[in-house]
Write a protein that binds this ligand. Sequence first.
Ligand SMILES: Nc1ncnc2c1ncn2[C@@H]1O[C@H](COP(=O)(O)OP(=O)(O)OP(=O)(O)O)[C@@H](O)[C@H]1O
Ligand SMILES: [Mg+2]
Length: 303
Amino acid sequence: MNQIRISQSVIERIYEIPVEKIMRTDVVRVSPGAMMSELKYAVKENNYACIPVLEGEKLIGQISIEGYIDWLTSDLGDVPVSEIMDIKYKTLHPDEPVITAVKELELIGLRGLPVVENESEKFLGVICRCTMMEGVLAELDMNDKKEEQKDDCLFSNIQSSSALVTLSYIVKQKPLEYGGEISSSIRADLYKLGLPGSIVRRTAIAAYEAEMNLLSYAGGGLFTINLNEEILDMKIEDRGPGIPDVEKAMEPGYSTAPDWVRELGFGAGMGLQNIKNCSDNFKIESRIGEGTVLQVNINLEDK
Ligand SMILES: Nc1ncnc2c1ncn2[C@@H]1O[C@H](COP(=O)(O)OP(=O)(O)OP(=O)(O)O)[C@@H](O)[C@H]1O
Ligand SMILES: [Mg+2]
């Protein structure tokens, strides 16, 4: 099958869109007491993605299209949804970047994923594989319009080429599902400083991949961004176990991600390569038992 090549700038923008911007909120939901025979409409209406099962506003289960077909072809007869629904399933959070949803849907081969509020598990919507593209395109268009309107930014008023701004961010260890917060803050702060969208996007992607690696392998770490008019210099350091073979780790597709990381849709072995692709200059240094330091330089001139 021919693969469509998506341009780097579109990929960069996809990293910026949070799941809540493109989730479908008008999906059909059912209660656990509904009968399986009543789901035909919901299956179609929800674009053959999942059917959320709610108690009040809380998501307590889901019927996947695969589960529905299994039931149809079984000899169980008409039974309540609660007997068939999955109770172990992946969910997305509204502020996760849409790229997480893309990775999950592709890697696990799902047609849709429910989106729930961070702690309460309140059901918010569904990311459907077949409507995701429409949502992404609409968001990209909106973002373009917003960027065009930006002109009064702090950095555009700084005249001296030696002006230096330092930003630091601590990445604390937490479940990978909640990762992406620091790279979102970095993106927001760089926009506030008035850096062009293309620079902010490249930095935010590199930061996102590095943040996920800090959470997956190193137990957290530190970002330091030094900025003058010519260069953005982002250092990411950790005191994790270090990387035994850096050359190998840089190879696309190489990953030592444990099962719990893969189950969350990561571990394709693309992160470090992606960070390098976003950099004008990239350096990685790692010592076993001491930790890893990444240096990402992005030129700001002529952009
Ligand atoms: N900060 C780190 N500390 C220790 N090991 C790391 C660190 N960052 C990366 N690695 C190692 O390098 C490998 C490759 O990392 P990379 O980010 O390219 O891929 P991945 O994290 O396995 O998958 P993906 O990023 O595509 O989800 C990892 O599997 C891990 O073994
Ligand atoms: Mg990675």
